[in-house]
Write a protein that binds this ligand. Structure first.
Ligand SMILES: [Zn+2]
Length: 358
């Protein structure tokens, strides 16, 4: 079984116009003629493929950011109302998937247990018919028109929150920036804490990261976050940060976006072939974290596959999310026990969620 702590499913469905209920080859064929995005025809994720990969559970995002003059590496909306509307469209897509029996929203520990029981003993034929469980997370808080909108989102089943994305944000500073939470951001942190949301520290500036660890009382994870010791960039976690997360009982998901796996990746220039980017590199990140922790209890998978990139920016062995099933053999070759391997593939995040969603 695989737990994937970071997939932008609704973003792919709506902004990339992908019908994720279709087989991968159908989705690829349907957009092979498009040139609007570099990853057209190169997606690796769809719901049938997730079932084939035994991704019984994932964290699925809502994501809509604001555009700003300073630094806007990815598309952003011009007002919070527009961004909010986009996240509500994404929520509607998740609801439609629930009604169709394709996915099931997991909001509490009881629902998590019931869902896992369905998957645990399922053979491949049964698994191909089961809904995929998802915990909903908001990646970047720009779309919350007011702090009060967080309460509405919680009532709708939101269970995790990453306050920032790339660049400066309304509430917090994100990847490649410096500086602390804004006064509204501090208010948002307090509100999230009161609601009992999981705080996702991925994408926070270093200042915000340390501030969040200081202030936040509730559960904390880093959903898709590789090691800075291996790829020196602010986007990654320093050893000191990882140690602090371990002390909080956090789990960190390792990601398969090429530029976060190997140093010196240049978008639209470096290729998986030229970088000799093999899946083995992900094991290096996993192993780095496990050596720091002294155990294998704080690492999981947060693949981020199809996070605005496709096979042009993933390891050579990844043609589909189902290729995540190559990881157990690689871990075993590095002498990870079956128990530790199961922990990395799903157990660590599930243990965390059973506590956090109580
Ligand atoms: Zn991200």
């Amino acid at each position: 079984m695989i737990f994937d702590a970071h997939l932008d499913l609704a973003l792919n469905a709506i902004e990339w116009n992908r019908d994720l209920t279709q087989p991968l080859e159908v989705i690829r064929r349907s957009e092979a003629h498009l040139r609007d995005k570099p990853d057209r025809g190169r997606g690796t994720v769809c719901l049938p493929e997730m079932r084939r990969a035994r991704v019984a559970m994932c964290v699925a995002t809502q994501l809509a950011r604001l555009e700003h003059d300073l630094y806007s590496p990815v598309f952003g909306w011009r007002s919070p109302a527009q961004a909010w509307a986009m996240t509500q469209g994404q929520l509607s897509w998740y609801r439609a998937m629930e009604e169709a029996g394709e996915m099931v929203a997991i909001r509490d520990a009881a629902a998590l247990d019931a869902h896992l029981a369905r998957w645990r003993d399922a053979d491949d034929a049964t698994a191909a018919t089961l809904p995929i469980g998802y915990v909903r997370s908001l990646e970047g808080a720009d779309s919350l028109i007011t702090v009060g909108h967080l309460e509405r989102a919680w009532a709708d089943g939101l269970r995790a929150l990453g306050p920032a994305h790339y660049g400066p944000g309304v509430y917090a500073q994100g990847t490649s920036t410096e500086g602390p939470f804004s006064p509204r951001g501090l208010e948002l942190l307090r509100a999230a804490d009161q609601l009992g949301l999981i705080l996702d520290v991925t994408h926070l500036s270093d200042d915000c990261f340390w501030q969040a660890l200081d202030l936040y009382q509730g559960p904390i994870w880093a959903s898709h976050h590789n090691a800075r010791a291996l790829v020196p960039h602010q986007r990654q976690l320093s050893d000191e940060m990882f140690h602090a997360l371990v002390a909080r009982g956090a789990v960190v998901g390792v990601a398969l976006d090429a530029w976060m796996m190997v140093p010196g990746w240049e978008r639209n220039k470096t290729t998986p072939e030229s970088a000799k980017l093999h899946l083995e590199v992900l094991i290096d990140h996993i192993d780095h974290y496990c050596q720091l922790a002294g155990n294998a209890h704080h690492v999981g998978i947060g693949s981020d596959l199809d996070g605005a990139y496709g096979t042009e920016q993933t390891p050579l062995e990844i043609d589909s999310i189902a290729d995540l099933q190559r990881l157990p053999a690689l871990l075993s070759a590095r002498r990870y026990s079956n128990e530790d391997t199961a922990g990395v593939m799903h157990g660590n995040f599930l243990r965390f969620l059973q506590q956090a969603l109580k």
